[in-house]
Design a protein around this ligand. Structure first.
Ligand SMILES: C[S@@+](CC[C@H](N)C(=O)[O-])C[C@H]1O[C@@H](n2cnc3c(N)ncnc32)[C@H](O)[C@@H]1O
Length: 205
Protein backbone atom coordinates (compact mmCIF):
# COMPACT_ATOMS: atom_id res chain seq x y z
CA UNK A 1 0.00 0.00 0.00
CA UNK A 2 1.06 3.59 -0.62
CA UNK A 3 1.99 6.11 2.04
CA UNK A 4 -0.42 9.02 2.55
CA UNK A 5 2.03 11.55 1.00
CA UNK A 6 2.29 9.41 -2.14
CA UNK A 7 -1.51 9.11 -2.39
CA UNK A 8 -1.85 12.89 -2.11
CA UNK A 9 0.74 13.38 -4.82
CA UNK A 10 -0.93 10.81 -7.08
CA UNK A 11 -4.35 12.46 -6.89
CA UNK A 12 -2.98 16.00 -7.05
CA UNK A 13 -1.33 15.06 -10.34
CA UNK A 14 -4.41 13.23 -11.62
CA UNK A 15 -6.96 15.92 -10.67
CA UNK A 16 -6.91 17.99 -13.85
CA UNK A 17 -7.48 15.02 -16.21
CA UNK A 18 -9.58 12.85 -13.88
CA UNK A 19 -13.01 13.75 -15.33
CA UNK A 20 -11.77 12.96 -18.82
CA UNK A 21 -10.22 9.64 -17.72
CA UNK A 22 -13.32 8.28 -16.04
CA UNK A 23 -15.42 8.70 -19.16
CA UNK A 24 -13.78 5.55 -20.51
CA UNK A 25 -11.70 3.86 -17.80
CA UNK A 26 -9.75 0.62 -18.10
CA UNK A 27 -8.77 -1.98 -15.54
CA UNK A 28 -10.31 -1.99 -12.06
CA UNK A 29 -12.40 1.12 -12.75
CA UNK A 30 -14.12 -0.48 -15.78
CA UNK A 31 -17.86 0.15 -15.47
CA UNK A 32 -17.36 3.20 -13.21
CA UNK A 33 -20.40 5.12 -14.49
CA UNK A 34 -22.77 2.13 -14.25
CA UNK A 35 -21.59 1.41 -10.71
CA UNK A 36 -22.27 4.96 -9.54
CA UNK A 37 -25.75 4.73 -11.07
CA UNK A 38 -26.50 1.33 -9.50
CA UNK A 39 -25.28 2.43 -6.08
CA UNK A 40 -27.20 5.72 -6.03
CA UNK A 41 -30.35 3.94 -7.24
CA UNK A 42 -30.98 2.65 -3.70
CA UNK A 43 -31.69 6.21 -2.51
CA UNK A 44 -32.83 7.92 -5.69
CA UNK A 45 -36.30 8.77 -4.33
CA UNK A 46 -35.09 10.19 -1.00
CA UNK A 47 -34.38 13.80 -0.17
CA UNK A 48 -31.80 14.60 2.50
CA UNK A 49 -30.89 17.67 4.48
CA UNK A 50 -27.07 17.44 4.78
CA UNK A 51 -24.97 14.82 3.02
CA UNK A 52 -21.20 14.19 2.93
CA UNK A 53 -18.97 12.53 0.35
CA UNK A 54 -15.64 11.17 1.63
CA UNK A 55 -13.03 11.22 -1.14
CA UNK A 56 -15.35 13.42 -3.18
CA UNK A 57 -12.85 13.85 -6.01
CA UNK A 58 -14.46 15.99 -8.69
CA UNK A 59 -17.97 15.41 -7.29
CA UNK A 60 -19.25 12.69 -9.63
CA UNK A 61 -21.06 10.60 -7.00
CA UNK A 62 -22.67 12.99 -4.52
CA UNK A 63 -24.34 15.03 -7.28
CA UNK A 64 -26.64 12.04 -7.93
CA UNK A 65 -28.45 12.48 -4.58
CA UNK A 66 -31.11 15.02 -3.62
CA UNK A 67 -30.07 17.23 -0.71
CA UNK A 68 -30.29 20.75 0.68
CA UNK A 69 -26.59 20.80 1.58
CA UNK A 70 -23.71 19.03 -0.16
CA UNK A 71 -20.45 18.56 1.78
CA UNK A 72 -17.27 16.92 0.60
CA UNK A 73 -13.85 16.04 1.96
CA UNK A 74 -10.76 14.78 0.19
CA UNK A 75 -7.07 14.50 0.95
CA UNK A 76 -6.11 16.11 -2.38
CA UNK A 77 -6.32 19.89 -2.54
CA UNK A 78 -6.20 19.75 -6.34
CA UNK A 79 -9.21 17.41 -6.45
CA UNK A 80 -11.10 19.82 -4.20
CA UNK A 81 -10.23 22.69 -6.57
CA UNK A 82 -11.62 20.73 -9.52
CA UNK A 83 -14.73 19.89 -7.51
CA UNK A 84 -15.25 23.54 -6.60
CA UNK A 85 -15.14 24.47 -10.28
CA UNK A 86 -17.78 21.83 -11.08
CA UNK A 87 -19.93 22.58 -8.03
CA UNK A 88 -19.40 26.08 -6.60
CA UNK A 89 -22.18 25.62 -4.03
CA UNK A 90 -20.59 22.58 -2.30
CA UNK A 91 -18.91 22.94 1.11
CA UNK A 92 -15.47 21.38 0.68
CA UNK A 93 -12.53 20.79 3.00
CA UNK A 94 -9.47 18.64 3.48
CA UNK A 95 -10.09 15.41 5.37
CA UNK A 96 -9.76 11.65 5.25
CA UNK A 97 -11.79 8.60 6.20
CA UNK A 98 -10.08 8.50 9.58
CA UNK A 99 -9.97 12.23 10.15
CA UNK A 100 -13.16 13.63 8.70
CA UNK A 101 -12.98 16.75 10.90
CA UNK A 102 -16.79 16.69 11.09
CA UNK A 103 -18.95 16.96 14.21
CA UNK A 104 -20.76 13.90 15.58
CA UNK A 105 -24.26 13.11 14.27
CA UNK A 106 -24.17 15.75 11.54
CA UNK A 107 -25.24 13.95 8.37
CA UNK A 108 -28.29 12.02 7.23
CA UNK A 109 -26.22 10.33 4.55
CA UNK A 110 -22.50 9.68 4.12
CA UNK A 111 -21.42 8.41 0.69
CA UNK A 112 -18.12 7.41 -0.83
CA UNK A 113 -17.11 6.07 -4.23
CA UNK A 114 -13.88 4.43 -5.29
CA UNK A 115 -11.97 5.73 -2.28
CA UNK A 116 -12.24 3.22 0.57
CA UNK A 117 -9.61 0.91 -0.94
CA UNK A 118 -7.10 3.72 -0.33
CA UNK A 119 -7.54 3.28 3.44
CA UNK A 120 -4.86 1.03 4.94
CA UNK A 121 -6.32 -2.39 5.92
CA UNK A 122 -5.45 -1.85 9.59
CA UNK A 123 -7.33 1.48 9.55
CA UNK A 124 -10.51 0.25 7.84
CA UNK A 125 -12.43 -0.62 11.02
CA UNK A 126 -11.71 2.79 12.55
CA UNK A 127 -12.74 4.42 9.25
CA UNK A 128 -16.13 2.65 9.47
CA UNK A 129 -16.46 3.80 13.10
CA UNK A 130 -15.72 7.36 12.03
CA UNK A 131 -18.53 7.34 9.45
CA UNK A 132 -20.85 5.92 12.11
CA UNK A 133 -19.91 8.72 14.53
CA UNK A 134 -20.74 11.55 12.10
CA UNK A 135 -24.07 10.06 10.97
CA UNK A 136 -27.36 10.99 12.57
CA UNK A 137 -29.44 8.20 14.10
CA UNK A 138 -31.10 6.19 11.29
CA UNK A 139 -28.69 7.76 8.79
CA UNK A 140 -27.17 5.77 5.92
CA UNK A 141 -23.61 5.02 4.89
CA UNK A 142 -23.47 4.19 1.17
CA UNK A 143 -20.22 2.97 -0.28
CA UNK A 144 -19.22 1.75 -3.72
CA UNK A 145 -15.71 0.63 -4.53
CA UNK A 146 -13.41 -1.89 -6.15
CA UNK A 147 -13.96 -4.97 -3.98
CA UNK A 148 -13.93 -8.74 -4.38
CA UNK A 149 -16.14 -11.49 -2.95
CA UNK A 150 -13.10 -13.67 -2.21
CA UNK A 151 -9.33 -13.81 -2.42
CA UNK A 152 -9.80 -16.21 -5.35
CA UNK A 153 -11.88 -13.62 -7.23
CA UNK A 154 -9.22 -10.99 -6.56
CA UNK A 155 -6.48 -13.22 -8.00
CA UNK A 156 -8.64 -13.99 -11.05
CA UNK A 157 -9.26 -10.27 -11.62
CA UNK A 158 -5.54 -9.58 -11.39
CA UNK A 159 -4.94 -12.12 -14.18
CA UNK A 160 -7.76 -10.69 -16.33
CA UNK A 161 -6.82 -7.06 -15.88
CA UNK A 162 -3.11 -7.92 -16.32
CA UNK A 163 -1.16 -4.75 -17.07
CA UNK A 164 -3.87 -2.48 -15.69
CA UNK A 165 -3.69 -4.11 -12.24
CA UNK A 166 -2.11 -1.89 -9.62
CA UNK A 167 -0.02 -3.83 -7.11
CA UNK A 168 0.16 -0.86 -4.76
CA UNK A 169 -3.58 -1.28 -3.99
CA UNK A 170 -5.07 -3.69 -1.45
CA UNK A 171 -8.69 -3.97 -2.59
CA UNK A 172 -11.11 -4.98 0.19
CA UNK A 173 -12.80 -8.38 0.44
CA UNK A 174 -16.59 -8.05 0.84
CA UNK A 175 -16.88 -10.24 3.94
CA UNK A 176 -14.11 -8.35 5.78
CA UNK A 177 -15.82 -5.08 4.98
CA UNK A 178 -19.17 -6.46 6.14
CA UNK A 179 -17.57 -7.48 9.46
CA UNK A 180 -16.08 -3.99 9.92
CA UNK A 181 -19.48 -2.37 9.32
CA UNK A 182 -21.16 -4.66 11.86
CA UNK A 183 -18.45 -4.08 14.44
CA UNK A 184 -18.78 -0.32 13.93
CA UNK A 185 -22.46 -0.66 14.91
CA UNK A 186 -24.27 -0.63 11.57
CA UNK A 187 -27.45 -2.65 11.03
CA UNK A 188 -29.56 -3.49 7.93
CA UNK A 189 -26.50 -3.98 5.74
CA UNK A 190 -27.27 -4.72 2.06
CA UNK A 191 -24.80 -5.54 -0.68
CA UNK A 192 -24.94 -5.66 -4.47
CA UNK A 193 -22.41 -6.21 -7.20
CA UNK A 194 -22.50 -3.19 -9.51
CA UNK A 195 -19.75 -3.97 -11.99
CA UNK A 196 -17.16 -6.58 -12.94
CA UNK A 197 -14.92 -5.51 -10.06
CA UNK A 198 -17.27 -3.29 -8.05
CA UNK A 199 -19.55 -3.80 -5.06
CA UNK A 200 -21.85 -1.37 -3.29
CA UNK A 201 -23.10 -1.52 0.27
CA UNK A 202 -25.73 0.43 2.14
CA UNK A 203 -25.76 0.34 5.93
CA UNK A 204 -28.06 2.01 8.43
CA UNK A 205 -26.99 3.52 11.76
C1 LIG B 1 -10.49 7.28 -7.51
S1 LIG B 1 -10.85 8.84 -6.83
C2 LIG B 1 -12.64 8.80 -6.67
C3 LIG B 1 -13.23 10.19 -6.67
C4 LIG B 1 -14.75 10.22 -6.69
N1 LIG B 1 -15.30 9.74 -5.44
C5 LIG B 1 -15.30 9.46 -7.85
O1 LIG B 1 -15.97 8.44 -7.66
O2 LIG B 1 -15.04 9.86 -8.99
C6 LIG B 1 -10.35 8.69 -5.13
C7 LIG B 1 -10.46 10.01 -4.39
O3 LIG B 1 -10.28 9.77 -2.99
C8 LIG B 1 -9.30 10.66 -2.45
N2 LIG B 1 -8.70 9.92 -1.34
C9 LIG B 1 -7.77 8.96 -1.38
N3 LIG B 1 -7.56 8.44 -0.16
C10 LIG B 1 -8.40 9.09 0.69
C11 LIG B 1 -8.69 9.00 2.08
N4 LIG B 1 -8.05 8.16 2.87
N5 LIG B 1 -9.62 9.83 2.59
C12 LIG B 1 -10.27 10.71 1.81
N6 LIG B 1 -10.06 10.84 0.48
C13 LIG B 1 -9.13 10.04 -0.06
C14 LIG B 1 -8.40 11.00 -3.62
O4 LIG B 1 -7.74 12.22 -3.46
C15 LIG B 1 -9.40 11.03 -4.78
O5 LIG B 1 -10.00 12.27 -4.94
Amino acid sequence: MRKKEDTIQLFDLWAETYDQYIQNPNGPLLGYETSLGEASYWLKEKKFQAILDIGIGTGGFIKRFHADEYHGIDLSEKMLEECKQNHPNYTLSLGTFNETNQASETFELVVSSFTFHEVLPEERLSACKETYRILQKDGYFLLVDIMFPSEFARIQAKETIARYWDDSEDYPIVMNMDNHLREAGYKSIQWKQTGPYHWAVIAKK
